[in-house]
Design a protein around this ligand. Structure first.
Ligand code: BG6
Length: 521
């Protein structure tokens, strides 16, 4: 038997002991079926996340994982593979006992996802697990497969009677990308809702699983001092940056058909935007929070084809050097078309046309092969009036900035002006810093733990509803259409740089500049 779940642990902070709440509820006894069980996502994220959940004693005793994949393999071979993968990709070390606990719950099923026979065999495995008491009828299907298989797999599951909730709950987690554009997202949603009820569908965006992303809500709504200034009266503009040092790795084929706008902006960056800009929800109920997130996306002023050049920059990396290592150009990456026009960098300016944010620009940028891995949200406040300092050596008053650092150095910093000691009136910018690691001793996670746990307890707050996905596509649709098949306006940036000059020009036109992250400033 497992010990009781951790209800609470305490950490030592500079201000004394602080209780860190842990969910007291162990996830419901269930079986998790992973389609794409030998793929990258399963080995890098899903199984290490299950390992971590078990480490936090949040998985039930009656729990099983059925891996489904095309690669022929026995259950024993799959267990050995998972054992090796956990050694390599586990984020919190690997303890033999815990690995063995997880491995003992694994089964593997080989088959073609388009074959009816596979689903009959899967049904037999699920029934056997239930009858032996190793698991229950409750079942979570995780589609860690290429997007083209989402619809067919769900159809097969439905036809095999595996989605019916007569004996217990049945939930389906669908990975991104959810559609390729607005039409295909709508078509996929229609296909799914014909087979599943909305409460059974969990559209995942792993950014919402990051603690620091969730903290945006806590920071805004659990403190009295920030919300009153969180609006157009005090905020000059907002910047959201998701910078990556990696290129397309082994995903050239997927990425070349997708690009940064679809891969990152339409989902991850828009969710950061939604959490930063949304109104306070009336509760933490899933729909209350999701209602507010979708309202932000719907309030974004539509992009007009004629105005795109002034608001959107796309670019692709050329050869360069990242973190001291020479790297090839995007077009030289494996499985990428030599004449590809796919963007690996996007910067855009958008406006959220509501009472809180009217006329406050939001600048978003993301790119691969940038000099530093960094995700942050920066609120830049309006400058103080200069008048008082006119007869002093102070040349100008820099704007105050609040920086929410999502990764890798999770924390929050406030940049403000202070007097430089000495007889003259001189100012210097200083930082007031809060770092998660100092207070809570952040343990590295995969980012999937919360999401898997939430799906197992039926909490869909951090998942997308169909309307959120469609609202995101509605915003980017005019841009994607304008880019379709056109090479115009695709400047290159050197790998290892902060992106193309056009992105700086986008800011310069508004007499603003991108926030220079700490490591390079
Ligand atoms: C994925 C994208 O959703 O997010 C990848 O498909 C990207 O291209 C990744 O690299 C970034 O996630 P993280 O958690 O490393 O910031």
């Amino acid at each position: 038997m497992k010990p009781d779940p951790i209800v609470e642990r305490t950490v030592q902070t500079p201000f004394g002991e602080l209780a860190v709440e842990r969910p007291a509820r162990v996830a419901d006894p269930s079986t998790m079926v992973i389609f794409g069980a030998t793929g990258d996502l399963a080995k890098r994220k899903l199984l290490p996340a299950l390992y971590n959940l078990n480490g936090d004693r949040l998985l039930p005793e009656r729990f099983a994982v059925v891996g489904v994949g095309r690669e022929p393999m026995t259950t024993d071979a799959y267990r050995e593979k998972v054992s090796r993968d956990l050694q390599e990709f586990g984020t919190a070390g690997t303890e033999r006992v815990q690995c063995e606990w997880l491995e003992s719950r694994l089964a593997y099923l080989t088959g073609d996802f388009g074959d009816d026979g596979l689903y009959r065999r899967l049904g037999d495995v699920l029934s056997a697990l239930h009858e032996s008491g190793d698991s229950t009828c409750d079942c979570l299907f995780y589609l860690a497969t290429p997007p083209a298989l989402f619809g067919p797999i769900v159809e097969h599951l439905g036809a095999a009677g595996l989605l019916a909730e007569d004996g217990g709950w049945r939930r389906v987690i669908i990975e991104k990308p959810f559609g390729h554009d607005l039409d295909s997202a709508r078509a996929l949603n229609r296909r799914l809702v014909g087979l599943l009820k909305e409460h059974q569908i969990y559209r995942i965006d792993h950014y919402l699983g990051k603690e620091t992303v969730q903290n945006i809500m806590a920071f805004r709504f659990a403190n009295g001092i920030f919300e009153p200034i969180w609006n157009r009266r005090y905020v000059d503009h907002v910047q959201i940056t998701v910078a990556e040092t990696v290129g397309v790795e082994q995903r050239g084929d997927y990425y070349d058909r997708t690009g940064a706008m679809r891969d990152m902006v339409q989902n991850h960056l828009f969710q950061l935007l939604a959490l930063t800009a949304m109104e306070p929800p009336i509760s933490f109920e899933a729909d209350a929070v999701r209602d507010e997130r979708v309202k932000v996306l719907r309030a974004i002023r539509p992009f007009l084809p004629g105005g795109l050049d002034a608001q959107v920059v796309r670019s692709q990396y050329a050869a360069g050097e990242v973190e001291g290592t020479p790297v090839p150009a995007y077009r030289q990456e494996p499985d990428v078309a030599r004449g590809s026009t796919t963007e690996t960098y996007v910067a855009l300016k958008l406006l959220v046309d509501n009472w809180r944010w009217a006329d406050v620009p939001f600048y978003l940028r993301t790119g691969k092969r940038l000099p530093q891995r960094l995700t942050e949200v920066v609120l830049q406040f309006k400058r103080a009036p200069f008048q008082l300092f006119r007869d002093t050596p102070v040349g100008c008053l820099p704007a105050n900035q609040l920086v929410l650092c999502i990764q890798p150095n999770e924390g929050i910093a406030l940049h403000f002006e202070a007097k430089v000691p000495g007889p003259r009136v001189r100012l210097g910018t200083v930082r007031m810093d809060f770092s998660y690691a100092d207070y809570f001793g952040m343990r590295p996670t995969t980012g999937y733990e919360t999401l898997l746990y939430d799906a197992m307890i039926g909490d869909s707050t951090l998942f997308h509803r169909a309307d959120i996905v469609e609202a995101g596509w509605t915003v980017v649709e005019p841009i994607l259409q304008a880019w379709e098949g056109s090479r115009a306006g695709l400047p290159a940036y050197a790998a290892g740089s902060w992106g193309p000059e056009a992105a700086d020009a986008l800011m310069a036109r508004d007499e603003r500049e991108w926030h220079l992250p700490a490591a390079t400033s």
